[in-house]
Design a binder for this molecule. Sequence first.
Ligand SMILES: NC(=O)C1=CN([C@@H]2O[C@H](COP(=O)(O)OP(=O)(O)OC[C@H]3O[C@@H](n4cnc5c(N)ncnc54)[C@H](OP(=O)(O)O)[C@@H]3O)[C@@H](O)[C@H]2O)C=CC1
Ligand SMILES: CC(=O)N[C@@H](CCC(=O)OP(=O)(O)O)C(=O)O
Length: 337
Amino acid sequence: MAKIDVAIIGASGYTGLELIKILINHPHFNISYIATTEGGIKASELHPSLLGVFEQEVLKADASVVAKHAKLAFLALPHKAAMGFAKELLGLHVKVVDLSADYRLELEAYEKHYCEHEDKEHLKEAIYGLPEINRAKIKEANLIANPGCYPTASILGILPFLSYLKKDAPIFIDAKSGVSGAGKKPSATAHFVTINENIFAYNPLKHRHEPEISEKLRLVSGHPFEVNFVPHLLPVSRGMLVSSYLQTNEVIDAKAILQDFYKNERFVRIREVPVDIKSTAGTNFCDIFVSQKGKSIFVSSSIDNLLRGASAQAVVNANLMCGFEESAGIPIIAYVP
Ligand SMILES: NC(=O)C1=CN([C@@H]2O[C@H](COP(=O)(O)OP(=O)(O)OC[C@H]3O[C@@H](n4cnc5c(N)ncnc54)[C@H](OP(=O)(O)O)[C@@H]3O)[C@@H](O)[C@H]2O)C=CC1
Ligand SMILES: CC(=O)N[C@@H](CCC(=O)OP(=O)(O)O)C(=O)O
């Protein structure tokens, strides 16, 4: 069977590199076009780890050229930059998987937490690309809003318990991310001396992923749960650990509910012991552990922020959009030890 040609725009960043690494060995996709803002460089010059492995020429990003070379494009760009490309590509009948936040939220929430939306038309048809809640819709979609990393780990942990939760009890989420979550551009908090052997919260109760988590929980449950979200930065390159604290109406068997909810899901693993970040690093798995004391529930979830939190989930979405097996070419072997 002939492979489907795909494009990566934003190939110089961290998620762009992860997309290249997954797609190089993909059984059904061929990287026919990769681009950055300026182009004029080889992939192995952008990412020295690709030397002798992937030497493709990197072009200056241009939607009309993408349309000549690819049926589907991955946008690994910052928000705002992504919607400009998505709008043009969709007009040229190229399917889009957008890794940025541009199509994840309803219009009002997006404009409150990000900026003015420049593609309101396509925002209406975008599908939130979390397969565990939207698999059927993803298969029919032309535009996927790939979920944020914190929302992916948080929502997957909370989802099985949504219908048992006390409606007036706030949900508390304590989340920790590796530094690659902040992207390639250096910053004061990502400075080695600041983050090495250190850990700290940032944007507590004010992070832009809080509205993403609460909107998706509301759309699934029909109830506007109050979500309190506090992210932390961890002194590791990749990995994400999320602790969610929930209150149920009645005493439930949390472990049985969790196991039953995900019994047919390929990329969710239920653990008997609290999860760790190494066991999911390098994979598309979300590992989940639950513990309870009466009606108080502790859910611990772990993902690789760059893979299940971005690029591997993006390729899972592309697989579904193109009618392939969901797990085709998706990494499952963790970077252990
Ligand atoms: N890192 C993570 O764990 C996750 C990231 N995401 C999202 O995925 C997208 C890509 O993230 P990531 O790969 O980490 O980001 P990086 O900062 O590592 O890479 C983004 C790339 O976009 C290119 N770019 C194009 N236009 C602009 C612009 N106007 N301003 C700045 N850069 C631009 C830059 O390359 P050049 O200038 O060379 O073209 C840059 O290398 C973002 O929207 C991010 O929020 C989502 C989930 C997790
Ligand atoms: C550690 C770190 O800085 N993480 C990023 C989230 C990465 C991500 O998923 O961002 P998008 O929603 O833009 O896709 C942050 O807190 O802004």
